[in-house]
Design a protein around this ligand. Structure first.
Ligand SMILES: Cc1cc2nc3c(=O)[nH]c(=O)nc-3n(C[C@H](O)[C@H](O)[C@H](O)COP(=O)(O)OP(=O)(O)OC[C@H]3O[C@@H](n4cnc5c(N)ncnc54)[C@H](O)[C@@H]3O)c2cc1C
Length: 393
Protein backbone atom coordinates (compact mmCIF):
# COMPACT_ATOMS: atom_id res chain seq x y z
CA UNK A 1 0.00 0.00 0.00
CA UNK A 2 1.22 3.49 -0.83
CA UNK A 3 1.04 6.25 1.69
CA UNK A 4 2.42 4.83 4.92
CA UNK A 5 6.12 5.50 4.78
CA UNK A 6 7.03 4.63 8.33
CA UNK A 7 6.02 4.81 11.96
CA UNK A 8 9.66 5.13 13.05
CA UNK A 9 8.70 8.64 14.08
CA UNK A 10 11.05 11.16 15.57
CA UNK A 11 10.64 11.41 19.33
CA UNK A 12 8.95 14.52 20.68
CA UNK A 13 11.44 17.35 20.15
CA UNK A 14 14.54 17.16 17.97
CA UNK A 15 17.29 14.73 18.79
CA UNK A 16 20.27 16.65 20.08
CA UNK A 17 23.68 15.73 18.71
CA UNK A 18 24.25 13.84 21.94
CA UNK A 19 21.02 11.91 21.50
CA UNK A 20 22.08 11.06 17.94
CA UNK A 21 25.31 9.46 19.20
CA UNK A 22 23.42 7.59 21.89
CA UNK A 23 20.83 6.36 19.38
CA UNK A 24 23.51 5.20 16.96
CA UNK A 25 25.07 3.19 19.79
CA UNK A 26 21.71 1.65 20.77
CA UNK A 27 20.82 0.80 17.16
CA UNK A 28 24.22 -0.81 16.52
CA UNK A 29 23.79 -2.95 19.64
CA UNK A 30 20.23 -3.98 18.72
CA UNK A 31 21.27 -4.85 15.15
CA UNK A 32 24.01 -7.12 16.46
CA UNK A 33 22.27 -8.64 19.50
CA UNK A 34 18.72 -9.22 18.25
CA UNK A 35 18.65 -12.44 16.27
CA UNK A 36 15.68 -13.19 13.96
CA UNK A 37 14.48 -15.69 16.62
CA UNK A 38 14.53 -13.07 19.37
CA UNK A 39 12.67 -10.59 17.14
CA UNK A 40 10.08 -13.28 16.33
CA UNK A 41 9.62 -13.92 20.08
CA UNK A 42 9.17 -10.18 20.57
CA UNK A 43 6.46 -10.09 17.89
CA UNK A 44 4.68 -13.16 19.31
CA UNK A 45 4.34 -11.62 22.80
CA UNK A 46 0.78 -11.25 24.07
CA UNK A 47 1.11 -10.24 27.70
CA UNK A 48 3.64 -8.26 29.66
CA UNK A 49 6.69 -10.41 28.82
CA UNK A 50 7.97 -12.63 26.00
CA UNK A 51 8.34 -16.41 26.37
CA UNK A 52 10.87 -17.25 29.07
CA UNK A 53 13.52 -18.76 26.78
CA UNK A 54 13.70 -15.50 24.80
CA UNK A 55 13.47 -13.45 28.00
CA UNK A 56 16.49 -15.22 29.48
CA UNK A 57 18.64 -14.83 26.36
CA UNK A 58 17.73 -11.15 25.97
CA UNK A 59 18.22 -10.54 29.70
CA UNK A 60 21.74 -11.97 29.59
CA UNK A 61 22.68 -9.94 26.47
CA UNK A 62 21.51 -6.70 28.09
CA UNK A 63 23.26 -7.64 31.31
CA UNK A 64 26.53 -8.31 29.47
CA UNK A 65 26.23 -4.89 27.77
CA UNK A 66 25.52 -3.19 31.15
CA UNK A 67 22.02 -2.10 30.05
CA UNK A 68 19.79 -4.45 32.04
CA UNK A 69 18.76 -1.84 34.65
CA UNK A 70 18.38 1.50 32.85
CA UNK A 71 16.78 3.23 35.85
CA UNK A 72 19.17 2.06 38.57
CA UNK A 73 22.01 4.25 39.80
CA UNK A 74 25.42 3.40 38.30
CA UNK A 75 26.88 2.37 41.68
CA UNK A 76 24.34 -0.46 41.88
CA UNK A 77 24.86 -1.73 38.34
CA UNK A 78 22.45 0.57 36.50
CA UNK A 79 23.12 2.83 33.53
CA UNK A 80 22.39 6.17 35.23
CA UNK A 81 20.54 7.22 32.05
CA UNK A 82 18.21 10.24 32.14
CA UNK A 83 14.47 9.73 31.60
CA UNK A 84 14.95 10.84 27.97
CA UNK A 85 17.70 8.29 27.35
CA UNK A 86 15.51 5.56 28.86
CA UNK A 87 12.66 6.67 26.63
CA UNK A 88 14.86 6.54 23.51
CA UNK A 89 16.14 3.09 24.48
CA UNK A 90 12.63 1.71 25.13
CA UNK A 91 11.40 3.20 21.87
CA UNK A 92 14.19 1.57 19.84
CA UNK A 93 13.60 -1.77 21.57
CA UNK A 94 9.88 -1.51 20.71
CA UNK A 95 10.51 -0.62 17.05
CA UNK A 96 13.00 -3.50 16.71
CA UNK A 97 10.73 -6.15 18.31
CA UNK A 98 13.11 -6.79 21.21
CA UNK A 99 11.59 -9.35 23.62
CA UNK A 100 9.77 -7.81 26.57
CA UNK A 101 11.60 -8.82 29.73
CA UNK A 102 10.09 -10.50 32.77
CA UNK A 103 11.23 -7.53 34.82
CA UNK A 104 9.04 -7.08 37.92
CA UNK A 105 12.10 -7.31 40.16
CA UNK A 106 14.26 -4.97 38.09
CA UNK A 107 11.55 -2.32 37.76
CA UNK A 108 10.14 -2.28 41.27
CA UNK A 109 11.88 -4.31 43.97
CA UNK A 110 15.45 -3.40 42.92
CA UNK A 111 14.92 0.38 43.23
CA UNK A 112 13.02 -0.23 46.49
CA UNK A 113 15.85 -2.26 48.05
CA UNK A 114 18.37 0.38 46.93
CA UNK A 115 16.28 2.94 48.84
CA UNK A 116 14.90 0.97 51.82
CA UNK A 117 16.64 -2.44 51.99
CA UNK A 118 19.27 -3.51 54.52
CA UNK A 119 22.91 -3.87 53.35
CA UNK A 120 22.48 -7.67 53.61
CA UNK A 121 19.33 -7.60 51.45
CA UNK A 122 21.03 -5.47 48.80
CA UNK A 123 24.11 -7.71 48.72
CA UNK A 124 22.01 -10.85 48.49
CA UNK A 125 19.31 -9.84 46.04
CA UNK A 126 20.50 -7.06 43.71
CA UNK A 127 23.28 -8.97 41.87
CA UNK A 128 20.98 -11.97 41.29
CA UNK A 129 18.27 -9.63 39.95
CA UNK A 130 20.73 -8.05 37.52
CA UNK A 131 22.09 -11.38 36.29
CA UNK A 132 18.61 -12.88 35.85
CA UNK A 133 19.28 -15.68 38.34
CA UNK A 134 16.37 -14.40 40.44
CA UNK A 135 12.98 -13.62 38.91
CA UNK A 136 10.46 -11.88 41.17
CA UNK A 137 6.68 -11.70 41.21
CA UNK A 138 4.40 -9.37 43.18
CA UNK A 139 2.07 -10.81 45.85
CA UNK A 140 -0.24 -7.95 46.78
CA UNK A 141 -3.80 -8.75 45.59
CA UNK A 142 -6.04 -11.26 47.36
CA UNK A 143 -9.53 -12.56 46.58
CA UNK A 144 -11.02 -9.88 48.88
CA UNK A 145 -8.41 -7.15 48.36
CA UNK A 146 -7.72 -5.57 44.98
CA UNK A 147 -8.78 -1.94 44.57
CA UNK A 148 -9.12 -1.88 48.34
CA UNK A 149 -5.67 -3.35 48.84
CA UNK A 150 -5.36 -2.56 52.54
CA UNK A 151 -8.04 -5.20 53.25
CA UNK A 152 -5.58 -8.06 52.88
CA UNK A 153 -6.00 -10.93 55.33
CA UNK A 154 -3.10 -13.28 54.52
CA UNK A 155 -1.48 -13.51 57.94
CA UNK A 156 2.09 -13.77 59.12
CA UNK A 157 2.75 -14.59 62.77
CA UNK A 158 6.13 -14.32 64.43
CA UNK A 159 7.76 -17.56 65.58
CA UNK A 160 11.31 -16.98 66.89
CA UNK A 161 13.43 -15.69 64.01
CA UNK A 162 10.78 -16.52 61.41
CA UNK A 163 7.35 -15.44 60.23
CA UNK A 164 4.81 -18.15 59.41
CA UNK A 165 2.43 -17.26 56.57
CA UNK A 166 -1.08 -18.64 55.96
CA UNK A 167 -3.47 -17.39 53.30
CA UNK A 168 -3.61 -16.74 49.57
CA UNK A 169 -2.60 -14.22 46.89
CA UNK A 170 -4.32 -13.96 43.52
CA UNK A 171 -3.70 -12.62 40.01
CA UNK A 172 0.02 -13.06 40.63
CA UNK A 173 1.69 -12.45 37.26
CA UNK A 174 4.42 -14.98 36.52
CA UNK A 175 4.37 -16.76 39.93
CA UNK A 176 4.85 -20.01 37.97
CA UNK A 177 7.98 -18.57 36.29
CA UNK A 178 9.52 -16.68 39.21
CA UNK A 179 11.62 -18.13 42.04
CA UNK A 180 10.85 -15.30 44.49
CA UNK A 181 7.92 -13.15 45.54
CA UNK A 182 7.67 -9.85 47.43
CA UNK A 183 4.42 -9.56 49.34
CA UNK A 184 2.50 -7.64 51.96
CA UNK A 185 0.94 -9.70 54.73
CA UNK A 186 -1.04 -8.91 57.85
CA UNK A 187 0.90 -9.04 61.11
CA UNK A 188 -1.59 -7.05 63.25
CA UNK A 189 -5.07 -5.54 63.16
CA UNK A 190 -4.66 -1.78 63.54
CA UNK A 191 -7.10 1.10 63.90
CA UNK A 192 -7.01 1.48 60.08
CA UNK A 193 -6.59 -1.44 57.65
CA UNK A 194 -3.33 0.15 56.40
CA UNK A 195 -1.84 -0.42 59.86
CA UNK A 196 -0.43 -3.84 60.73
CA UNK A 197 0.84 -4.82 57.26
CA UNK A 198 4.40 -6.12 56.78
CA UNK A 199 6.49 -6.35 53.58
CA UNK A 200 8.30 -9.69 53.13
CA UNK A 201 10.62 -11.30 50.59
CA UNK A 202 9.63 -14.93 50.02
CA UNK A 203 11.52 -17.81 48.40
CA UNK A 204 8.90 -19.63 46.28
CA UNK A 205 10.66 -22.98 46.83
CA UNK A 206 9.74 -22.86 50.54
CA UNK A 207 7.57 -25.84 51.65
CA UNK A 208 3.86 -24.97 51.99
CA UNK A 209 3.52 -22.88 48.80
CA UNK A 210 1.16 -24.05 46.03
CA UNK A 211 0.80 -22.19 42.72
CA UNK A 212 -2.38 -22.71 40.70
CA UNK A 213 -2.77 -21.34 37.14
CA UNK A 214 -5.50 -18.93 36.04
CA UNK A 215 -6.12 -18.99 32.28
CA UNK A 216 -7.00 -15.62 30.74
CA UNK A 217 -9.47 -14.54 28.06
CA UNK A 218 -6.96 -15.27 25.28
CA UNK A 219 -6.29 -18.80 26.65
CA UNK A 220 -2.88 -17.80 28.04
CA UNK A 221 -1.37 -18.72 31.40
CA UNK A 222 0.13 -15.53 32.79
CA UNK A 223 -1.52 -15.12 36.20
CA UNK A 224 -1.93 -17.45 39.16
CA UNK A 225 -3.39 -17.98 42.60
CA UNK A 226 -0.73 -18.71 45.22
CA UNK A 227 -1.58 -20.53 48.46
CA UNK A 228 0.48 -20.35 51.68
CA UNK A 229 0.13 -23.10 54.26
CA UNK A 230 2.44 -22.58 57.26
CA UNK A 231 5.20 -21.04 55.11
CA UNK A 232 8.33 -20.06 57.08
CA UNK A 233 10.10 -16.85 56.09
CA UNK A 234 13.17 -15.57 57.99
CA UNK A 235 12.55 -12.24 59.77
CA UNK A 236 15.68 -10.94 58.00
CA UNK A 237 13.59 -10.98 54.80
CA UNK A 238 11.38 -8.16 56.09
CA UNK A 239 11.76 -4.81 54.32
CA UNK A 240 11.12 -1.90 56.70
CA UNK A 241 9.60 -2.25 60.15
CA UNK A 242 6.99 -4.82 61.21
CA UNK A 243 3.43 -3.49 60.76
CA UNK A 244 4.72 -0.60 58.58
CA UNK A 245 4.63 -2.39 55.23
CA UNK A 246 1.93 -0.17 53.70
CA UNK A 247 4.34 2.73 53.24
CA UNK A 248 6.92 0.35 51.74
CA UNK A 249 4.35 -1.08 49.29
CA UNK A 250 3.24 2.43 48.27
CA UNK A 251 6.82 3.46 47.61
CA UNK A 252 7.39 0.31 45.56
CA UNK A 253 4.37 1.15 43.39
CA UNK A 254 5.67 4.70 42.84
CA UNK A 255 9.08 3.36 41.80
CA UNK A 256 7.52 0.70 39.56
CA UNK A 257 5.47 3.31 37.70
CA UNK A 258 8.55 5.50 37.28
CA UNK A 259 10.53 2.61 35.82
CA UNK A 260 7.93 1.42 33.38
CA UNK A 261 7.26 2.82 29.92
CA UNK A 262 3.63 2.26 28.89
CA UNK A 263 4.26 4.28 25.72
CA UNK A 264 6.77 1.62 24.59
CA UNK A 265 4.13 -1.11 25.03
CA UNK A 266 1.64 0.92 23.00
CA UNK A 267 4.28 1.64 20.34
CA UNK A 268 4.89 -2.06 19.79
CA UNK A 269 1.26 -2.71 18.85
CA UNK A 270 0.86 0.44 16.76
CA UNK A 271 4.06 -0.40 14.88
CA UNK A 272 2.73 -3.88 14.12
CA UNK A 273 -0.73 -2.55 13.15
CA UNK A 274 0.91 -0.06 10.76
CA UNK A 275 2.95 -2.85 9.16
CA UNK A 276 -0.24 -4.89 8.65
CA UNK A 277 -2.01 -1.84 7.17
CA UNK A 278 0.87 -1.25 4.76
CA UNK A 279 0.56 -4.85 3.56
CA UNK A 280 -3.15 -4.56 2.64
CA UNK A 281 -4.01 -4.55 -1.06
CA UNK A 282 -6.48 -1.68 -0.88
CA UNK A 283 -6.00 1.63 0.89
CA UNK A 284 -8.58 2.17 3.63
CA UNK A 285 -9.01 5.89 4.37
CA UNK A 286 -10.73 5.30 7.71
CA UNK A 287 -7.91 3.08 8.99
CA UNK A 288 -5.31 5.56 7.73
CA UNK A 289 -7.01 8.37 9.63
CA UNK A 290 -7.16 6.25 12.79
CA UNK A 291 -3.47 5.39 12.46
CA UNK A 292 -2.59 9.07 12.21
CA UNK A 293 -4.74 9.97 15.20
CA UNK A 294 -3.27 7.17 17.33
CA UNK A 295 0.27 8.15 16.36
CA UNK A 296 -0.44 11.73 17.51
CA UNK A 297 -1.92 10.48 20.79
CA UNK A 298 1.05 8.16 21.34
CA UNK A 299 3.66 10.89 20.79
CA UNK A 300 1.77 13.30 23.04
CA UNK A 301 1.52 10.64 25.74
CA UNK A 302 5.21 9.76 25.38
CA UNK A 303 6.11 13.42 25.88
CA UNK A 304 4.00 13.64 29.05
CA UNK A 305 5.56 10.38 30.29
CA UNK A 306 9.09 11.81 29.93
CA UNK A 307 8.20 15.18 31.42
CA UNK A 308 6.58 13.58 34.46
CA UNK A 309 9.76 11.92 35.64
CA UNK A 310 12.74 13.89 34.41
CA UNK A 311 15.03 12.51 37.11
CA UNK A 312 13.66 8.97 37.17
CA UNK A 313 13.23 9.24 40.96
CA UNK A 314 9.60 9.90 41.77
CA UNK A 315 8.75 12.23 44.61
CA UNK A 316 7.49 10.53 47.73
CA UNK A 317 4.43 12.76 48.17
CA UNK A 318 1.07 11.96 46.68
CA UNK A 319 -0.15 13.67 43.56
CA UNK A 320 -2.28 12.52 40.67
CA UNK A 321 0.43 12.29 37.98
CA UNK A 322 1.03 8.50 38.25
CA UNK A 323 -2.74 7.92 38.08
CA UNK A 324 -3.06 10.15 35.01
CA UNK A 325 -0.22 8.29 33.26
CA UNK A 326 -1.65 4.86 34.12
CA UNK A 327 -5.15 5.84 33.02
CA UNK A 328 -4.17 7.46 29.71
CA UNK A 329 -1.55 4.81 28.94
CA UNK A 330 -3.78 1.79 29.52
CA UNK A 331 -6.76 3.25 27.67
CA UNK A 332 -4.52 4.16 24.71
CA UNK A 333 -3.09 0.63 24.86
CA UNK A 334 -6.62 -0.74 24.36
CA UNK A 335 -7.45 1.71 21.55
CA UNK A 336 -4.31 0.71 19.67
CA UNK A 337 -5.03 -3.02 20.15
CA UNK A 338 -8.56 -2.42 18.77
CA UNK A 339 -7.04 -0.63 15.78
CA UNK A 340 -4.67 -3.55 15.07
CA UNK A 341 -7.65 -5.92 15.28
CA UNK A 342 -9.65 -3.84 12.79
CA UNK A 343 -6.68 -3.78 10.40
CA UNK A 344 -6.56 -7.59 10.60
CA UNK A 345 -10.28 -7.81 9.85
CA UNK A 346 -11.72 -11.32 9.34
CA UNK A 347 -8.24 -12.90 9.26
CA UNK A 348 -8.24 -12.36 13.03
CA UNK A 349 -10.67 -15.26 13.33
CA UNK A 350 -9.04 -17.44 10.68
CA UNK A 351 -5.78 -18.80 12.06
CA UNK A 352 -4.26 -20.04 15.24
CA UNK A 353 -2.06 -17.63 17.19
CA UNK A 354 1.62 -18.37 16.79
CA UNK A 355 1.38 -20.13 13.44
CA UNK A 356 3.64 -18.63 10.80
CA UNK A 357 0.91 -18.49 8.19
CA UNK A 358 -1.54 -16.40 10.21
CA UNK A 359 -0.28 -13.12 8.78
CA UNK A 360 -0.64 -11.58 12.22
CA UNK A 361 -4.45 -11.62 12.27
CA UNK A 362 -4.89 -14.20 14.99
CA UNK A 363 -2.17 -12.51 17.00
CA UNK A 364 -4.10 -9.23 16.76
CA UNK A 365 -7.18 -10.97 18.17
CA UNK A 366 -5.26 -12.59 21.04
CA UNK A 367 -3.50 -9.30 21.77
CA UNK A 368 -6.80 -7.43 21.80
CA UNK A 369 -8.20 -9.90 24.35
CA UNK A 370 -5.07 -9.80 26.52
CA UNK A 371 -4.95 -6.01 26.59
CA UNK A 372 -8.49 -5.89 28.07
CA UNK A 373 -6.68 -6.45 31.40
CA UNK A 374 -4.57 -3.28 31.03
CA UNK A 375 -7.31 -1.16 32.62
CA UNK A 376 -7.50 -3.59 35.57
CA UNK A 377 -3.93 -4.41 36.64
CA UNK A 378 -1.85 -1.77 38.49
CA UNK A 379 -5.14 -0.24 39.60
CA UNK A 380 -8.38 -0.10 37.61
CA UNK A 381 -9.33 2.96 35.54
CA UNK A 382 -12.19 3.69 37.97
CA UNK A 383 -9.89 3.85 40.98
CA UNK A 384 -7.39 6.05 39.13
CA UNK A 385 -10.24 8.41 38.14
CA UNK A 386 -11.16 8.60 41.84
CA UNK A 387 -7.58 9.58 42.73
CA UNK A 388 -7.45 12.28 40.03
CA UNK A 389 -10.86 13.74 40.92
CA UNK A 390 -10.08 13.81 44.67
CA UNK A 391 -6.73 15.47 44.00
CA UNK A 392 -8.46 18.17 41.91
CA UNK A 393 -11.03 18.82 44.63
C1 LIG B 1 -3.75 -9.56 34.11
C2 LIG B 1 -3.65 -9.14 35.54
C3 LIG B 1 -2.40 -9.20 36.17
C4 LIG B 1 -2.29 -8.87 37.52
N1 LIG B 1 -1.07 -9.02 38.14
C5 LIG B 1 -0.97 -8.82 39.48
C6 LIG B 1 0.24 -9.12 40.18
O1 LIG B 1 1.24 -9.54 39.57
N2 LIG B 1 0.26 -8.96 41.52
C7 LIG B 1 -0.80 -8.49 42.22
O2 LIG B 1 -0.69 -8.33 43.43
N3 LIG B 1 -1.98 -8.21 41.59
C8 LIG B 1 -2.09 -8.37 40.25
N4 LIG B 1 -3.28 -8.13 39.60
C9 LIG B 1 -4.45 -7.74 40.40
C10 LIG B 1 -4.93 -6.32 40.13
O3 LIG B 1 -4.08 -5.38 40.74
C11 LIG B 1 -6.38 -6.23 40.63
O4 LIG B 1 -7.14 -7.08 39.79
C12 LIG B 1 -6.93 -4.83 40.58
O5 LIG B 1 -6.31 -4.03 41.56
C13 LIG B 1 -8.47 -4.82 40.81
O6 LIG B 1 -8.80 -5.51 41.96
P1 LIG B 1 -9.94 -6.64 41.94
O7 LIG B 1 -9.61 -7.59 40.82
O8 LIG B 1 -10.03 -7.19 43.30
O9 LIG B 1 -11.27 -5.89 41.52
P2 LIG B 1 -12.21 -5.03 42.50
O10 LIG B 1 -11.36 -4.15 43.35
O11 LIG B 1 -13.14 -5.97 43.19
O12 LIG B 1 -13.01 -4.15 41.47
C14 LIG B 1 -14.13 -4.64 40.74
C15 LIG B 1 -14.71 -3.48 39.95
O13 LIG B 1 -15.19 -2.46 40.86
C16 LIG B 1 -14.58 -1.22 40.57
N5 LIG B 1 -14.31 -0.49 41.80
C17 LIG B 1 -13.72 -0.98 42.93
N6 LIG B 1 -13.63 0.01 43.86
C18 LIG B 1 -14.14 1.14 43.30
C19 LIG B 1 -14.34 2.48 43.75
N7 LIG B 1 -13.95 2.86 44.97
N8 LIG B 1 -14.89 3.38 42.88
C20 LIG B 1 -15.29 3.01 41.64
N9 LIG B 1 -15.14 1.73 41.15
C21 LIG B 1 -14.59 0.83 41.98
C22 LIG B 1 -13.27 -1.56 39.87
O14 LIG B 1 -12.83 -0.49 39.05
C23 LIG B 1 -13.68 -2.78 39.05
O15 LIG B 1 -14.31 -2.38 37.86
C24 LIG B 1 -3.42 -8.43 38.24
C25 LIG B 1 -4.66 -8.35 37.59
C26 LIG B 1 -4.78 -8.71 36.27
C27 LIG B 1 -6.13 -8.65 35.61
Amino acid sequence: MQGIATVRAAPPGDDTADDATFLADVRAFLDAALTPELRAAGRRTLGVHADMAACRIWHSRLHARGWIAPAWPVEWGGTGWSARRRFLFDRECALNDAPLLFATGLRSLGPLLIECGTPAQRARYLPAMLSGEDMWCQGFSEPGAGSDLANIVTRARRDGDDYIIDGTKIWTTGAHLANRMFAIVRTANGARPQHGLTFLLIDLDTPGITIAPIIDLAGEHEVNQVFFDGVRVPAGNRVGAEDKGWAIAKRLMQLARANNSPSALVRRILHRGAQALRALDDEDATLLARLAQLQIELEAFAQVEQDALPSGRPRAHDDATPSMLKLIGSELHQKVAAFALDVAGPTAMAARHGSDEDGGGAHAMAKYLTVRAATIYSGTSETHRNVIARWML
